[in-house]
Design a protein around this ligand. Structure first.
Ligand SMILES: NC(=O)C1=CN([C@@H]2O[C@H](COP(=O)(O)OP(=O)(O)OC[C@H]3O[C@@H](n4cnc5c(N)ncnc54)[C@H](OP(=O)(O)O)[C@@H]3O)[C@@H](O)[C@H]2O)C=CC1
Ligand SMILES: Cc1cn([C@H]2C[C@H](O)[C@@H](COP(=O)(O)OP(=O)(O)O[C@H]3O[C@@H](C)C(=O)[C@@H](O)[C@H]3O)O2)c(=O)[nH]c1=O
Ligand SMILES: [Mg+2]
Length: 306
């Protein structure tokens, strides 16, 4: 299977590049400057050029706080860019797997949320991602799966787990909000899920396989619990450790409001696509291991040169 993926440096695209080979999938990253979601007219030809059997839409404007003051760009990428990809997939006659987010749910709604639960994004990022889901389903709903995932971490790009390890090197104590709950999810697990869904779409025209699905790691956490798990694993592996100081959201002001409980119910994708991701703590371990090991080897290198 030739799988075109939008973006080149993002967490999910890099996870797909790493995992693709093991699954017999040729992963073809297509990103800037050739495919630029701010130039929707660039999208169709860029994707057509790699002759994909299926397309994964993994590029997005993901800076949650910056989106609040950059609405036009967030909307251009997350809504109009997503629509351009769906129109291209429709033109090329190939299935589309589009990624979306738990931040489509309201700041104060209780989870776990099913796919049919009401959405009401608290911020611009979530609002533009929700508009993107709708644009994708309107353009190519007959052959698209929208996968809402959450709290993505990986050895790649920028993410909360990497931020926590950096802070643990700098400080003895890190204050982290303990009243926002979600489902931490490994980008490497998402990559495997995306490949499985793309295969199912190619193999079977059943409409039940299309539409919106929730796909996260098993189990939930607060950001403070996730930070604690990162520090404990890191410590066990000889990496940095810090004390987590559990704080309320009110003590950590951010530009964007975030959901207090964006936990996702993943029963539908389990029933329909036969897909369940591992518990987040299981997948976190090898990723912290890689990040700690990478830091050690960088330090050794720096030592050898000084
Ligand atoms: N990160 C998270 O915690 C979560 C992410 N998601 C969703 O999952 C998907 C993948 O997220 P993730 O891998 O973490 O994303 P990252 O933030 O790691 O990477 C963003 C990707 O989008 C690309 N991109 C941004 N702007 C443009 C543009 N104008 N034209 C082309 N490409 C662009 C980047 O390009 P470049 O390669 O050039 O850097 C990069 O590849 C997204 O749809 C996101 O909304 C859902 C839930 C949680
Ligand atoms: C860095 C830091 C963050 N926090 C808080 C702020 C916020 O409420 C929470 C998470 O912070 P971050 O900004 O790292 O995470 P955030 O950018 O909100 O992560 C989100 O990204 C988008 C793309 C998604 O789709 C979501 O699923 C989710 O993963 O932790 C602390 O309490 N202490 C800290 O030191
Ligand atoms: Mg962030």
């Amino acid at each position: 299977m030739r799988l075109a993926v939008t973006g080149t440096g993002g967490q999910v695209v890099r996870a797909l590049m790493e995992r693709g080979a093991a699954f017999g999938v040729e992963v073809l990253p297509v990103g800037r400057p050739v495919l630029d979601l701010l130039r929707p007219e660039s999208v169709r030809d860029a994707l057509a050029a790699v002759r994909p059997d299926a397309i994964v839409s993994a590029a997005a404007y993901t800076a949650v706080d910056a989106a609040e003051t950059d609405r036009r760009k967030a909307q251009a990428v997350n809504e109009h860019g997503a629509e351009a990809i769906a129109l291209a997939a429709r033109d090329l006659g190939v299935p589309l797997v589009h990624l979306s987010t738990d931040y489509v749910f309201a700041a104060d709604a209780g989870g776990p949320h099913t796919e049919d639960a009401p959405t009401d994004p608290a911020g611009v990022y979530g609002a533009t991602k929700l508009a993107g889901e709708r644009a994708v389903l309107a353009a190519h709903g007959a052959d698209s799966a929208v996968l809402r995932t959450a709290w993505v971490y990986s050895p790649f790009g920028g993410n909360f787990v990497k931020t926590m390890l950096r802070l643990a090197r700098e400080r003895e104590e890190v204050s982290v909000v303990a009243d926002q709950f979600g489902n931490p999810t490994s980008a490497l697990d998402i990559a495997e899920g995306v490949i499985a869904v793309a295969r199912n779409l190619l193999a079977d025209p059943d409409p039940c396989l299309r539409g919106v699905f929730h796909l996260t790691g098993q189990g939930d956490a607060s950001w403070a619990q996730l930070a604690e798990a990162v520090f404990d694993l890191s410590h066990e592996m000889g990496g940095p450790w810090a004390q987590v100081r559990a704080i309320p959201t009110s003590a950590y002001p951010t530009v964007a409001r975030r959901p207090a409980d964006s936990r996702l119910d993943c029963a539908r994708i389990a029933a329909v696509h036969g897909l369940t991701l591992p518990p987040w703590r299981t997948s976190l371990r090898p990723i912290v291991q890689r990040l700690v090991a990478r830091h050690h080897s960088l330090n050794q290198f720096a030592g050898a040169c000084s």
